[in-house]
Design a protein around this ligand. Structure first.
Ligand SMILES: [Zn+2]
Length: 433
């Protein structure tokens, strides 16, 4: 056969053999190499030294007592930095002055092994709690960071100008500047607890996690003794507005919004959904509740496109707009199911963990229409006094399809549930192609 290479194509290169260095590689599929020096983890234990630290760094494999590593999906960028020579593979972070700006917890919810299963409640304080182990050479890193910020959003400033929100000089400063405490949280999964939360056998969960990540984590199936997994996914950010002491005090008012990421709307202002308006509405409710002597909490979860991802989401947008009859509320969920095989994989069962980390036992205003969120929160033992839907005047033009489809599916609303005939009449914008 004649070569199909064009005349100016590069000639085949000799294979790169530089990776065949004499470096020793320990395959995690071979449990005979289990180290005797790992620190045990007793999930749910009250004493942090009994609970044991999460040791997830790859700098010293002998100390690792979990599956996976830090930073979620960003671990891959860390690998690129090591590969390109920008980062020393054994770099250990200098944690000087990185401690939380406020103390969160401990709360009783931290010490029930089944109450928090998807984050490490001690994750913000490891620098203080495990300093002796640091000195012995264990590379223990925080999975939670707590800091302070001032946030400015044009909608909030507009609301101040209209007299809908009030600057108090402390929680909201002149110019509509909102003072917040925020916490970034990496996922830390206690596998027996995750399995129980989802109602599946742990062995089955481990096998499917192994399989569906392309065999990325052999220890899921070879190391049942390792019960904690740091999955390669996004985490969450918690924004606290007002007095932190009010968050866990059921005698003081609390507003909460648990918001799943929607980059298109949250950041870029797309009008096909209600995400940013609802987020802003939630922040405004948090501010008002804080000013009334309570506090507000926004939990922002990296679950883009109902945790199906943005590629799936945009494919669905096209399918919705191009289907016969155009973008219709009565086909809203069906189009997602056609593309993804399922309409939602956010698994709200795991979401209340962040609320339990904050010691929340009662929410006065839950700024959400989602039944899945409401049920997950109340079934986890948190009382919800009032649910707050998105006011009609905040629904963007092209988002009527989404909101009516959700109402028809049983989402909470003060208005009537649309029937099939009404639903079929709700249309979105046509593609001008
Ligand atoms: Zn959205």
């Amino acid at each position: 056969m004649v070569s199909s290479l064009p005349p100016n194509a590069a000639q085949p290169q000799e294979p790169d053999r530089s990776f065949e260095s004499p470096r020793h590689i320990v395959l995690t599929s071979h449990p005979s190499t289990v180290s005797q020096s790992i620190l045990p983890i007793h999930w749910g234990a009250e004493d942090p030294t009994v609970r044991g630290p999460v040791v997830a760094t790859v700098s010293d494999p002998a100390h690792r007592n979990v599956i996976g590593t830090h930073s979620g999906s960003y671990a891959v960028y860390r690998a690129l930095a090591v590969a390109s020579g920008d980062l020393q593979r054994d770099h250990r972070p200098d944690l000087t002055n990185t401690a939380p700006t406020i103390q969160i917890g401990p709360y009783p919810s931290w010490f029930e092994a089944d109450k928090i299963v998807s984050l490490d409640p001690f994750g913000a304080q490891v620098g203080q709690l495990y300093s002796a182990l640091y000195e012995q050479g264990f590379d223990i890193r925080p999975t939670i960071a707590v800091t302070k910020a001032h946030i400015q959003m044009p909608e909030l400033q507009e609301a101040v100008q209209k007299g809908l929100l009030v600057e108090d000089g402390k929680i909201m400063k002149p110019g509509g500047e909102l003072v917040v405490t925020k916490a970034a949280i990496e996922p830390v999964w206690y596998l027996p607890g995750i399995a129980a939360r989802l109602g599946v056998a742990e062995a089955e969960l481990r096998y499917i996690l192994f399989e569906q990540t392309g065999g990325m984590f052999p220890e899921l199936v070879t190391r049942p003794d390792l019960q904690v997994f740091l999955p390669p996914i996004g985490g969450m950010t918690v924004y606290i507005i007002g007095d932190i002491a009010a968050v866990a005090d059921p005698s003081r008012p609390l507003a909460v919004r648990v918001h799943d990421e929607c980059n298109g709307s949250d950041v870029f202002g797309s009008d096909i959904c209600t995400c940013r308006p609802y987020l802003v509405h939630g922040i405004a409710a948090c501010l008002e509740t804080a000013q009334a002597g309570g506090a507000g909490v926004i939990v922002y979860l990296r679950k883009e496109g109902r945790a199906l991802g943005e590629v799936t989401k945009f494919l669905v947008y096209n399918a919705r707009k191009r289907q016969t009859g155009g973008d219709r509320a009565d086909a809203y969920f069906a189009r997602t199911e056609c593309v993804a095989g399922v309409s939602d994989v956010r698994f709200q069962e795991l979401m209340p963990d962040a609320l339990h980390w904050l010691g929340i036992t009662r929410i006065d205003k839950l700024i959400s229409m989602s039944n899945l969120k409401y049920e997950a929160i109340t079934q986890s033992g948190i009382e919800v006094v009032e649910r707050v839907p998105l006011p009609d005047d905040l629904i963007p033009g092209d988002a009527r399809v989404e909101i009516e489809a959700k109402k028809a599916a049983g989402y909470f609303s003060h208005s009537d549930q649309p029937d099939a005939a009404t639903l079929s009449q709700v249309k979105g914008r046509d593609y001008q192609v």
